[in-house]
Design a protein around this ligand. Structure first.
Ligand code: FAD
Length: 404
């Protein structure tokens, strides 16, 4: 019992606070927010928000009144240390907050590019609202963007920059785009679609230096000796989980803050959720750290349930999406470890799904412009069922029959 203090007001932090109140938690809830905005949604930062003209309010989960009505104390500031013995969090402002339970929802931060000139103003990253806002403002003044990293965020930004009329080059060290996350079939589809849109994708290369004159970026040199002119560089080379607060408090960390299947750290009064948490997963075996809205919000709901007396291990099924140009990619399940991919639909018709199998076991589905297949995948996995690779490949097989 006692107050619940939540460090980090992103997707996970916001949702714990909201779910606790929904479940009738009556004690004090403080949400420590180190960004200068009300808690907001991150996915549009590289999608609709950066394309459009809507103001920051369009991104907020809830207006300010919600926090007042729900008696959720939004505290502007940064947590700098945890005194576990005294159960207190210290803020940068020197304020201390006592807790009954502490939730670490600190998310992740961008991995920074370690190259000369990488800190010039024309070298941008995309993680927080201020990054997106700044890119939105400078894009109309730029002609040529080089994007370093062909992951989801790099490619989402690349398609937007192209739609806005910029020349766009994307650099990727791996032999295909989004290589860590999707099948070769889906990578190839997107490579082709981005190329059709006029985006130049360079695979198997890395940036070796950023050139500048008078503090302005002029181009990027590549490991294969080429040089690409640019007046804007956007870096999307992955993130690092924010584990330092936990580590300095003596909590076990590895590639994330280590938590068990209930999302509890080694200290029963402290839990960690979302992008920063490396959680034990009985379903998938071993430990996982996922970076998705689904993961952060479902972690939050699971934790809020535990803190209000409904203790269950975290066992939600992963899903994800990415919008690139006119294409919508949706992923259900966790496709790592597949040894067979079966296509349903036709890439040439710009609508297909890659069903990923390990043996005859369906691990997950990557759908492009096939929302029905995606929803089918989510419902099927919720029922712990599978369909055979032959059924998946056969368009005349009625997917609904597998859900009956
Ligand atoms: P975050 O939302 O990152 O929130 C953590 C918060 O904690 C941040 O505000 C941080 O500043 C704060 N914080 C950290 N340390 C402290 C401290 N010491 N004191 C106080 N505050 C602190 N996922 C999808 O599923 N689909 C998408 O399409 C998608 N698109 C994305 C596009 C972009 C541009 C980005 C950046 C991410 C995208 N994601 C997407 C990923 C998704 O947004 C994250 O997985 C999700 O935000 C994780 O939620 P979280 O609460 O764990 O962390």
């Amino acid at each position: 019992d006692g107050p619940v203090i939540i460090v980090g007001a992103g997707h996970g932090g916001y949702q714990v606070a909201a779910s606790l109140r929904q479940a009738g938690y009556a004690n004090r809830i403080c949400l420590i927010n180190d960004e200068a905005h009300l808690p907001y949604q991150r996915p549009p930062l590289s999608k609709a928000y950066i394309k459009g003209s809507a103001g920051p309010d369009s991104l907020m989960f809830r207006p300010e009144k919600f926090y007042q009505d729900q008696n959720i104390e939004l505290i502007s500031g940064r947590a700098v240390s945890i005194d576990r013995a005294a159960r207190k969090v210290l803020l940068a402002s020197s304020e201390t907050l006592p807790y009954g339970h502490l939730v670490l929802a600190t998310g992740a931060r961008n991995r920074l590019l370690d190259l000369p000139n990488a800190n010039l103003p024309d070298v941008k990253y995309l993680r927080i609202l201020d990054d997106s806002e700044s890119l939105r403002q400078i894009m109309p003044t730029k002609k040529r963007a080089v994007i370093i990293g062909a992951g989801f965020i790099g490619l989402e930004f690349a398609s937007t920059a192209r739609i806005k009329g910029l020349e766009v080059d994307v650099l990727e060290l791996a032999p295909r785009v989004m290589a860590r996350a999707v099948t070769a079939e889906v990578s190839e589809y997107f490579q082709e679609r981005h190329r059709e849109a006029g985006i130049r994708i360079h695979l198997g290369v890395q940036a070796t230096s950023i050139e500048a004159e008078g503090g302005k970026v002029t181009g990027v040199s590549l490991s294969d000796g080429r040089h690409l002119p640019a007046d804007l560089v956007v870096v999307g080379v992955g993130v690092l989980p924010n584990i330092e607060l936990a580590a300095e408090a003596g909590l076990p960390v590895a590639a994330g803050i280590i938590v068990d299947e209930y999302l509890a750290t080694a200290d029963p009064n402290i839990s960690a959720i979302g992008d920063c948490a490396l959680f034990a997963s009985p379903r998938f075996g071993g430990s996982l750290r996922l970076e998705s809205v689904q993961n952060a919000t479902d972690h939050a709901r699971c934790l809020a349930a535990r803190l209000t007396g409904d203790k269950k291990p975290y066992d939600s099924h992963p899903w994800f999406w990415s919008d690139q140009g006119e294409d919508k990619l949706q992923i259900s399940g966790l496709t790592t470890g597949y040894d067979r991919v079966v296509l349903r639909g036709d890439p040439a018709k710009k609508a297909f799904s890659a069903f990923c199998y390990h043996g005859d076991r369906l691990l997950g589905i990557e759908s492009i412009n096939r929302a029905g297949d995606h929803m089918f995948g989510r419902r099927l996995q919720a029922m712990d069922r599978s369909i055979t690779p032959e059924q998946a490949a056969d368009e005349s097989f009625d997917l609904k029959s597998a859900l009956a």
